[in-house]
Design a protein around this ligand. Sequence first.
Ligand SMILES: C[S@@+](CC[C@H](N)C(=O)[O-])C[C@H]1O[C@@H](n2cnc3c(N)ncnc32)[C@H](O)[C@@H]1O
Length: 240
Amino acid sequence: MVKFFSQANWLGLNFRDLGIKTYRRQVAGAEFYGRFYEQLQSKYSSYDDFPLEWRLQKRDSAEFILKLINDPTSILSYGCGVGFFEETFVRLFGTNFYMTDYANIVKHFNPNSQSHYVENVHLLKKSYSHIILNQVSYALTDKQLADLLSDLAKLLLPKGVLIITFSELEEFAGRKSLERVNLALRRLLHLLRQRLKGEKFQGWGWHRSINDMITICRSVEHSEIRVYHEKHQVVILLAT
Ligand SMILES: C[S@@+](CC[C@H](N)C(=O)[O-])C[C@H]1O[C@@H](n2cnc3c(N)ncnc32)[C@H](O)[C@@H]1O
């Protein structure tokens, strides 16, 4: 099951304060992220300013992935955003980390990262032992994601691994009736609260179940899929 979702804020910034038109039914693209990150630079000057809960989640993700992979000689993070997850990873593991994103926002928070920032157009010039998409897949349609994974798989060194992490869709299926009602009510209340506050919504992407993600990953030729699950986070390793 796939569910399109929208958001009214992210990283402590309300979209109604961005001064741009938002589109509830269209997913945010390069232009939205570019403007959003501009505003984020004015709000935060260092990683320490980001919400603590967000930083702890990113640290958890880095630690979780670290337990799952061997011998990462050169890692590319596709869709690195502000680069905090990557910085945490490097601090814990001390490996070479390359990064790319729509917007080169990482330079604001981590000027040292520039030697490792790869413009999208230059991606093809290097190969990597691991390529991570940490919380990026939601922003792409099934087709875009399948194409991207196939393209990125071509940049892997022999025995390289694609790592896709995402938050699993909370499904109704398999739940007891009372839990279903509870979940539906929580979603409704959340929506109502945001509406009442006059929030502006921006289409954000697609929540997917693990099975949906596996189906997309299967389109990458000659790959072996392994799935790991911790709390609400899922990590899929795609070995070529
Ligand atoms: C939720 S953030 C995740 C950032 C980082 N990986 C992390 O875990 O903190 C998603 C990022 O994906 C980037 N993004 C979304 N679609 C993209 C695309 N098609 N190509 C490159 N970057 C993309 C956005 O600019 C955003 O920075």
